[in-house]
Design a protein. Structure first.
Length: 459
């Protein structure tokens, strides 16, 4: 009897050790690559935490990453095919079993890169994540890019005018078709008749300097009204989802891109986007981007969701430093402020966090007052198009609205969790109407509150 019990215990111990051995090492759940002009993110999602070492190599430039406790798997091999040819940072990617339980990734780099590697604990729908962020060694100047973009648009428009004039003049001076039989010459007029003036082609106004638009002067830069557009979420953070699967991050990007084109068509206006593709931007970077171009306005675009599909209507929010104007506003702010946790922020890379926090808390009463004016104009225009969730601008502590010197609003375009409103958000015609309402609201705000003409934007 005792011997039988001893054998059972020994067998259980063997089985336990075998289970632990089988469980040793992580399994890859998913791999993702998020290319963008600002930076490229590579994410490995696994069922347990990964340990990693990395180094940069030259000739050619490449990032070498060794991941411990991992076996090469089909899921990891999928990473190779996820690299796009237009990725600004990754030229290619190789993966192999460097040694037992060590997988090596080699990322061929297109440019000098400052990589950031960090891990994220499980949150929302994600398990453990290992993240590689590939940043350029020298960050591009967003204001300079904005000015160059405007110059190129002006040069293109001028060239189109010049081409149209050239075509018009060419038609006027074109000789008659030789295939047409000429009519008999008319009889000469009587000598006494008054001579008739020779008919002239219609006057064509000249376009001086149309072929080569000069570079922008500093005065021209100062007069430029810059509107920062902030499509919410992106990349690892999908935002809310509708009943049929429409994702917030996708629809707000579509709306923002259309709004950018409409604003850029206004004389003296230019739109800067915090993201123009599907990638994640931390909340503090959204604010920083707006301040780097000294934006005159900041408009964050979202499509909210609620626990019940019956909730509906658009909303406009401004910052509040003294508490939310309603329970719903507080709930909304808490949800949006959690974007960094889901999207994934490298907390170790945040420099001078205390100084940054103090700067974001410097929002003045004047900024909030201007934000409420802007919100009122935008809400009034949206109200002509769609049902409003609330007829006045609400206030809450949204982190993304805390640029101390930029009037800022957050627009919840509709409840994506409502089936009817999700269908509207998916409709391109409704998106166009929404963009028109937003643009009119912005233009009306500036008509009543002109920006400072002498505001200096140093390149």
């Amino acid at each position: 009897m005792k011997r039988r019990q001893l054998l059972q215990r020994t067998g259980s111990l063997v089985l336990l050790l075998g289970a632990r051995e089988l469980a040793f090492g992580a399994s890859i759940v998913a791999v993702r690559v998020w290319p963008a002009a600002d930076y490229t993110r590579v994410t490995l999602e696994s069922d347990s935490a990964l340990s990693v070492k990395h180094f940069l190599a030259e000739n050619p430039n490449r990032l070498v990453i060794d991941i411990d406790g991992l076996e090469l798997s089909p899921a990891l091999r999928e990473l190779v095919g996820k690299v796009r040819s237009d990725d600004p940072f990754i030229g290619g990617l190789r993966v192999g079993q460097n040694q037992p339980r060590v997988v090596r990734l080699v990322i061929d780099l297109k440019q000098a890169t400052a990589p950031q590697l960090f891990t994220l604990a499980p949150v929302a729908a994600y398990q453990h994540r290992l993240v590689f962020d590939l940043y350029p060694t020298q960050e591009r100047d967003p204001l300079l890019a904005l000015i160059k973009d405007k110059e190129q648009a002006e040069q293109k428009a001028a060239q189109e005018v010049q081409d149209a004039l050239g075509e018009f003049i060419g038609k006027i001076g074109r000789p008659p078709d030789v295939s047409i039989k000429p009519l008999p010459a008319p009889a000469p007029p009587p000598v006494a008749a008054a001579s008739q003036p020779t008919p002239q082609p219609p006057h064509v106004p000249s376009v001086a300097g149309a072929a080569s638009v000069p570079s922008m002067s500093q005065a021209k830069i100062d007069r430029l009204i810059i509107v920062a557009l902030d499509p919410g979420h992106g990349g690892e953070d999908p935002g809310a989802s509708g009943p049929s699967g429409l994702r917030e991050k996708d629809v707000v990007l579509q709306v923002a891109l259309k709004l950018r084109d409409r604003i850029n068509a206004l004389p003296g206006f230019r739109a800067m986007m915090t993201r123009d593709a599907d990638f994640f931007v931390p909340l503090q970077d959204r604010v920083r981007k707006a301040r780097r171009v000294q934006a005159d306005l900041f408009v964050s675009i979202h499509a909210d969701a609620f626990i019940t599909p019956k909730a509906r209507g658009a909303s406009v929010f401004a910052l509040s430093t003294s508490g939310a104007s309603s329970t719903a506003a507080r709930w909304m702010a808490d949800k949006e402020n959690a974007a960094d946790v889901i999207g994934g922020v490298n907390s170790k890379a945040v420099k001078d966090a205390g100084v940054l926090r103090a700067m974001l808390d410097m929002s003045t009463s004047a900024q909030i007052k201007d934000s409420l004016k802007l919100g009122g104009e935008v809400l009034g225009q949206i109200g002509k198009l769609a049902k409003l969730h609330k007829g006045s601008v609400e206030e809450a502590g949204f982190a993304v609205l805390k640029a101390p010197d930029v009037p800022s609003i957050l627009v919840e375009t509709a409840f994506i969790s409502n089936p009817e409103e999700e269908a509207k958000l998916r409709d391109p015609d409704y998106q166009d109407d929404l963009v028109k309402a937003l643009a009119i609201g912005i233009a009306r705000y500036f008509a009543k509150n002109p920006p400072l003409a002498a505001r200096h934007r140093a390149l």
